[in-house]
Design a protein around this ligand. Structure first.
Ligand SMILES: [Zn+2]
Length: 419
């Protein structure tokens, strides 16, 4: 076997191999190879197995060899829900939340998403590109190697297209792989407040066809919530997206029980996201429809919601669970998948193994990239993290346990380890 990159002798090689998604008891099955070696050629994995086996199949050594003795090697994280392209910031709102104001009260005064829409519309392409690129760098340093990004801070045809073109430009100019989502239904724009149905019509009849024509998105998303888009509106928009070739995902039951889970099941969405207020009936409906639950504990934490998505009940019902950061200027205040995993473990009752599966193969499945990334198997991309010691160290917030981030066979982040 020829290889231009080999990582040898990992104390544990966590592969997350097997058919995706991992649901129920399988959500804990990391597939760990002790004393493991992984090799790639031209960015694609050619071997993942015991080092003893590698010695038999290895071709002449020509490329880079990394000794991972004592380290854990695992798939790069996939972050399946971000709003990383925006201008301005809302740190003032975070300060107000610290002083007791609620997310709903801030939004009612014109803060929240609409204040970011105003800043984003006013920003130039280059300003947006630079600000977003810095956020992508942060995510990469936290171990994410593939991320989803949604539009949704434009809320008019021209700005939504502009944001999706910027997402494409970032994908072409940054080591991260980016999965693009059209989310014109992130909020009703201020100029359409008295004409909601006309805005839904604009999304269906003008925005979705234009996005599809330019091939700018793979997914269509809707914020289904009281005061934003109703279940009927969400259904209409998502089905219109499907007719144009955009697959469905949805923000559901984040701030109240909104009917979003039902919509996800009705339209066979790949993923229903947030689900903080999903009921036990909703969970059964999601399980029956094969929808992935993407949970975003970072948003629940920074919004001070006082509760989290029902991870345990979802896993017990056989719903595959993914984790995401929700990076955005409001509640999604952290770019770190390890922090999402930390909250999943210490606030939502998930085990470390479940959180790792949720951040790798299930997250890849949530954005339709399970054939290319999310696990370490021959044929997939060499997207790999080398962790200093044990994967439990990923939960030691701030300890910088990730020594190496490798994307498509190239080292893109390197931290000096203590040897
Ligand atoms: Zn979101």
């Amino acid at each position: 076997v020829r290889a231009d990159l080999v990582i040898r002798n990992a104390r544990q090689l966590i592969t997350c191999a097997g058919p995706a998604p991992f649901a129920g008891p399988r959500q804990r099955e990391l597939q760990v190879i002790p004393n493991g070696t992984i090799a790639s050629e031209a960015g694609l994995i050619v071997f993942a197995g015991p080092d003893a086996e590698w010695r038999h199949v290895a071709g002449p050594a020509t490329g880079i060899v990394i000794d991972a003795a004592g380290r854990t090697v695992l798939p790069g994280f996939v972050d399946p829900h971000t709003h990383a392209v925006y201008a301005g910031d809302r740190r003032d709102e975070a300060r107000r939340r610290l002083a007791g104001a609620s997310y709903a009260a801030i939004a009612a005064e014109g803060g929240g998403i609409l204040s970011t829409v105003a800043a984003t519309r006013a920003a130039s392409d280059d300003q947006l590109f630079e600000a977003s690129r810095r956020r992508l760098d942060e995510m990469l340093r936290c171990g994410s190697t593939t991320i989803e990004i949604k539009s949704g801070y434009g809320l008019d045809l021209d700005t939504e297209l502009r944001l999706l073109r910027l997402i494409r430009r970032l994908d072409l100019n940054h080591p991260l792989d980016i999965v693009p989502t059209f989310m014109g239904a992130h909020e009703v724009p201020p100029e359409s407040r008295s004409a909601r149905s006309a805005y839904v019509e604009t999304i269906v009849e003008r925005m979705i066809p234009a996005v599809a024509r330019e091939g700018l998105a793979e997914w269509c998303d809707v914020f289904c919530e009281a005061g934003v888009f109703t279940p009927d509106e969400a259904r209409t928009i998502l089905l219109a997206g499907q007719r144009a070739g955009l697959r469905s995902r949805i923000h559901a039951d984040e701030l109240a029980s909104s009917g979003g889970s039902r919509v996800a099941a009705d339209v066979r969405a790949r993923s229903a996201d947030h689900l903080i207020f999903a009921t036990s009936d909703d969970i059964q409906v999601l399980a029956g429809a094969g929808v992935v639950a993407t949970l975003l504990p970072i948003a629940a934490f920074y919004l001070k919601l006082g509760r989290y998505g029902p991870a345990r009940a979802l896993i017990d019902a056989g719903v595959p669970v993914a984790l995401a950061t929700d990076l955005n200027p409001g509640g999604g205040f952290s770019p770190s998948m390890p922090f999402a995993m930390t909250l999943a473990c210490f606030a939502m009752g998930m085990t470390l193994e479940e959180a790792l599966v949720a951040s790798t193969i299930n997250a890849a499945y949530a954005v339709g990239r399970e054939a290319a990334v999310g696990s370490l198997e021959p044929g997939k991309q060499m997207d790999v993290l080398v962790v200093r010691d044990d994967p439990m160290d990923l939960l030691r917030v701030g300890a910088e346990a990730i020594e190496l981030v490798i994307k498509r066979g190239s080292v893109v982040v390197e931290r000096p380890g203590d040897s």
